[in-house]
Design a protein. Structure first.
Length: 297
C-alpha cells in the first residue's frame, strides 16, 4: 500500500465520529459530509507523521471547518433562521441500526436539541458540542474558536445554560413513546378530535418546515396549542395510512412515504404521556436527499 492509502485507511477509522461531530455542529447531513471531506483534504496535505494523536487532530480540524461553515451561514442570512426550521433527521428502522451508522446514532441528539443548538452563536455551538458532547479539552478547543481557554470555557458555559433552559424534556422509554404515538396516529386515522386532544399537551408546539417553495395549507408554520395542532392533524389525516414508525434521531418518530417517496418526517417530545413538541420536515428538496431505509409495509 502507498503512504496515501495507509493514511486514507487511518482516516476511515475516524470517519464515523467525525461525521457525528459535524452533524451536531451543523444540523445538516449534507454539510456534515462536506465538512468531513474537507477534513480529509486538509489531512492529505499535511505531514501526518508529525501528528501524535490523529483522532484529536481530526476532531479539532473538523471543528474549524464547521465553524467556518456556521460563520458563512450567518453572513448569508441577514436574519436568523426562520422559527420553522427543522434540522435534517437521521432515520433508522426500529428493528435494527446499520453498523456503519452506529457512531452517528450513538448518544443520539434529538431534533429538539438540534433546534436549540441552531440558536447559539457559532463559537458557542462549537465549544459546547466539542466539550460537552465529545469531551474535547478546552485547551484544544481554544485555538479553534480563537479564544483563550478561559474564554472558551465561558462560551461553553453560556451555551450550556441556554441549551438547558430551552430544550424540552422528553420520555426516555421507547416503548412509552411508541404508545403515545400509536394513540396519536389512531386518533388521526379515525378523525377523532377529542382523542387527539387527549394525547396532546395543552401547550403543545408544532414546527413544520416545508421549505421555501411550498405554499397553502402545507406551507411552513409554527402552531401553538392543542386545539390548533389537532386541527392540523385532521387536515392531513388522509395521509395517515402512509405512516410508518421509525427511529428519528434515536427516538420513535413517524415517516410518511407514499410509494416509498418520503413526504414528511415527524419527531416529537413527550412528557407525562402527552406530546409537547412536534417537529415535521416536509421540504421536498431536503427529503429527497435523505437516506430512507426500508421501514417495512
Amino acid at each position: 500500500m502507498t503512504d496515501t492509502e495507509v493514511l486514507a485507511d487511518r482516516f476511515e477509522e475516524h470517519r464515523g465520529r467525525l461525521k457525528a461531530v459535524a452533524y451536531r455542529m451543523l444540523g445538516s447531513l449534507a454539510e456534515a459530509e462536506d465538512a468531513v471531506q474537507e477534513t480529509w483534504l486538509k489531512l492529505s496535505r499535511t505531514d501526518a507523521d508529525g501528528i501524535v494523536n490523529l483522532g484529536g487532530w481530526l476532531t479539532t480540524v473538523v471543528g474549524r471547518v464547521c465553524l467556518d461553515l456556521l460563520r458563512s451561514r450567518t453572513r448569508r442570512h441577514e436574519e436568523p433562521l426562520d422559527d420553522t426550521f427543522v434540522p435534517d433527521p437521521v432515520i433508522r428502522p426500529l428493528s435494527r441500526i446499520d453498523p456503519e451508522q452506529e457512531v452517528l446514532q450513538a448518544d443520539s441528539v434529538g431534533l429538539a436539541l438540534l433546534v436549540v443548538l441552531e440558536t447559539l452563536e457559532p463559537a458557542e455551538r462549537i465549544a459546547f458540542v466539542l466539550h460537552d458532547m465529545f469531551a474535547v479539552p478546552f485547551d484544544d478547543i481554544a485555538p479553534v474558536v480563537e479564544r483563550s481557554s478561559a474564554a472558551t470555557r465561558q462560551l461553553a458555559s453560556r451555551a450550556r445554560r441556554r441549551v438547558k433552559g430551552a430544550t424540552p424534556s422528553t420520555e426516555p422509554d421507547l416503548g412509552r413513546q411508541r404508545q403515545v404515538l400509536d394513540a396519536f396516529m389512531a386518533a388521526s386515522r379515525a378523525g377523532d378530535f377529542e382523542a387527539l386532544l387527549a394525547v396532546l399537551d395543552p401547550d403543545v408546539v408544532l414546527r413544520a418546515d416545508s421549505g421555501p417553495l411550498v405554499r397553502g395549507a402545507a406551507a411552513s408554520k409554527v402552531v401553538r396549542g392543542a386545539k390548533p395542532v389537532a386541527e392540523q392533524a385532521l387536515l392531513f389525516a388522509r395521509f395517515a395510512r402512509y405512516a410508518r414508525f421509525a427511529l428519528v434521531n434515536g427516538e420513535i418518530g413517524i415517516v410518511h412515504a407514499p410509494e416509498g417517496q418520503p413526504q414528511s418526517v415527524m419527531a416529537v417530545t413527550i412528557e407525562g404521556g402527552r406530546i409537547t413538541r412536534m417537529f415535521i420536515l416536509a421540504d421536498p428538496e431536503r427529503l429527497g436527499a435523505l437516506e430512507l431505509p426500508d421501514l417495512g409495509g
